[in-house]
Design a protein. Structure first.
Length: 252
């Protein structure tokens, strides 16, 4: 069942979404060659606690860290470790914060030092794909409309969209219905209604779309070891379109 959120419930979600959004702004200055993803995890963990939140990934179905850090060919669910970031890497930092029982979920792919040309194009296409998906959200549209506009744009740029992982409803539960896939046909799928709250989070690969899960049961990588980039926002459906709940305080 897809739960439509009341205005009071949406307001109750705002603090979690705000902390998550501000965490991504905060962490950017630390993402430089030489830092480990474990250090990024510790900084995110401490900041979340200081802001009155709880890092949702920690112990979620056994996930051992407070944030997902997905470097280069890691698509999603990368586990922070002691490996150092290098100049030219790209890294997705996926933050989900709980405040007063409500979740806020957002991610961004960062450049480490100076990006390579193809990596930069991939990241910018992933960023724009998310925005294009958000732009079609309105009551009466369908989930297929979201997937179609994202897939069309990504493939026009000669990249591919990951099929196995998707956006999701969110609220008091980390992952609710509906599932928001990032490919599809216009007019197909569930009708979008006012009051829905969900994430859109396209994962875009520089090579082919197939992925695999490593032996840690979490880390998802591209099968062909091509780069992957992702951006994510949590949003609520209003009568005139999507309101993004995970915009940073300064609107960046």
């Amino acid at each position: 069942m897809v739960q439509l959120k009341t205005d009071a419930e949406i307001e109750a979600m705002r603090p979690a979404c705000q902390v998550a959004a501000d965490t991504l702004v905060m962490i950017e200055e630390y993402i430089k060659p030489g830092i480990t993803t474990d250090k990024i995890n510790q900084i995110v963990h401490d900041y979340t606690i200081e802001r009155g939140g709880i890092p949702a990934p920690l112990n979620y179905h056994g996930f051992p860290k407070s944030v997902c850090t997905s470097v280069n060919h890691v698509v999603c669910h990368g586990i922070p470790d002691n490996k150092k970031l290098k100049d030219g890497d790209i890294i997705n930092v996926d933050v989900t914060t709980i405040v007063d029982g409500w979740h806020g979920d957002t991610s961004k792919t960062f450049y480490v030092g100076k990006p390579k040309v193809r990596a930069q194009k991939l990241v910018e296409v992933a960023r724009e794909a998310l925005q294009l998906g958000i732009d079609v959200v309105k009551p009466g549209a369908t989930l297929g409309d979201i997937g179609h506009v994202i897939q069309t744009f990504v493939e026009k740029n000669r990249f591919t969209v990951v099929r196995e992982y998707c956006g999701h409803g969110i609220g008091r539960v980390f992952h609710e219905q509906p599932q928001i896939v990032h490919f599809g046909k216009p007019g197909e799928g569930l009708e979008i209604k006012e009051g829905m709250v969900f994430t859109i989070e396209p994962m875009v690969n520089a090579g082919k779309h197939p992925v695999k899960v490593l032996n840690d049961d979490w880390t998802v990588v591209t099968r062909d070891r091509s780069l992957s980039a992702q951006f994510e926002h949590t949003m609520v459906v209003r009568k005139d379109g999507a309101e993004i709940l995970t915009l940073p305080s300064q609107g960046a």
